[in-house]
Design a protein around this ligand. Structure first.
Ligand SMILES: NC(=O)c1ccc[n+]([C@@H]2O[C@H](COP(=O)([O-])OP(=O)(O)OC[C@H]3O[C@@H](n4cnc5c(N)ncnc54)[C@H](OP(=O)(O)O)[C@@H]3O)[C@@H](O)[C@H]2O)c1
Length: 323
């Protein structure tokens, strides 16, 4: 099979397209013919081996996962002896970042616990865009933000892969959603149907006189005092991503502020979850959430796709088409 191979940490140019043997199958695994994959920030960490602390999981001197690629959607080609949930021909999707990676390839062998049936109303490209970005948005909003109907939610940096899901998931939970985007992305937020839009190129969050129950920090960076100023008395700020300075501000200043008042600041790390994939399939099939695709690249252009994603301005998800 054709696969993208990563032998050393470095730039996207270090990746090579190779012909290698198809993976073997363990008794609890499913062999998936991968139709599409997608790109997340985790791919960049695995590619570059940075931040260095990630090498504790990914390999100290070189990547221990030869084939990068976490998200995928495809068709079950073969099943291990102990697999009962899936049959050959089933359409599946999953986030394999916690179970060996390997999706920038024509086939991948994966534990049946890492995948779920694909939403039936999505193409493979659309389904491959969902797993990591949508579970990140879901876990941040539902589990950390504990969103409720009618609550006011601000999504800071709403136009990328995670943010476009976050806007829709917050709406699906009945929240009143405000999206912070750049001028060029105002239309995306309008199309999704958020209640209010703040153009960060023109407006300053510090001047807002609105208060929010939940602020989800997906991209960009603000001071903790700015967020504190616009949080309700029991409000919570959930740091998902953006600049590393925002992560440290939340971790140190935010945690300190949380100790002395009811406004809380928390950092958050997504965990791949089969249960969440099943839940996302339901809300996608109910028409509440639809992936936003920025662009698609063929398998041989994974390097180009990673370079584009790394520039940090993609609108929605960057997808890799394989079969
Ligand atoms: N905590 C976790 O477990 C977890 C999981 C997944 C991802 N993440 C993090 O979440 C973040 C978003 O990931 P992603 O995949 O959604 O990224 P992405 O798709 O690359 O996000 C790019 C989008 O963000 C917008 N943007 C860039 N700078 C901005 C700013 N200063 N203010 C507001 N919007 C800005 C860009 O539009 P403009 O440039 O036009 O504004 C673009 O539309 C990343 O930092 C990633 O590391 C965290």
């Amino acid at each position: 099979m054709k696969a993208i191979i990563s032998k050393k940490y470095g730039s996207p140019e270090t990746l090579e397209l190779k012909e290698i043997a198809r993976p073997g199958l363990k008794e609890n695994e499913v062999l998936v013919k991968v139709h599409a994959a997608s790109i997340n920030y985790g791919n960049i960490v695995l590619l570059r081996g940075k931040p260095y602390v990630a090498r504790l999981a990914f390999g100290i001197t070189k990547p221990k996962f030869l084939i990068p690629g976490g998200d995928m959607a495809g068709i079950v080609e073969a099943i291990g002896e102990k697999v009962t949930e899936f049959r050959i021909g089933d359409e599946v999707y999953g986030d394999l970042s916690g179970s060996g990676w390997g999706t920038f390839a024509e086939y991948v062998a994966v534990s049946d616990q890492a995948i779920a049936h694909k939403p039936s109303n999505l193409s493979f490209e659309e389904a491959a865009a969902v797993p990591m970005a949508a579970t990140t948005a879901l876990q941040a909003i539902r589990d950390k933000g504990r969103i409720g109907t009618g609550q006011k939610v601000l999504i800071q940096g709403a136009s990328g892969g995670v943010g476009t899901f976050a806007m829709q998931i917050a709406k699906a939970y009945g929240a009143e959603v405000t999206a912070v985007v750049s001028t060029r992305n105002v239309e995306i937020a309008k199309d999704i149907g958020v209640d209010h839009i703040i153009d960060y190129k023109k407006d300053n969050l510090a001047n807002l006189n609105q208060l929010y129950d939940v602020i989800v920090g997906v991209n960009g960076s603000q001071t903790i005092s700015t967020y504190k100023h616009i949080l309700k008395p029991n409000g919570i700020f959930v740091h998902v991503g953006g600049s590393s300075s925002q992560m440290y501000k939340t971790m140190f200043i935010g945690s300190w502020v949380s100790l002395f008042g009811k406004k809380k600041f928390v950092n958050f790390m997504q965990k791949p979850s089969k249960k969440d994939l099943v839940f996302l399939k339901e809300i996608i099939e109910a028409g509440k959430v639809k992936p936003v695709i920025d662009s698609s690249y063929p398998l041989c252009e994974v390097s180009k796709a990673l370079k584009y994603f790394e520039e940090g301005h993609s609108r929605g998800k960057v997808v890799i088409t394989i079969h």
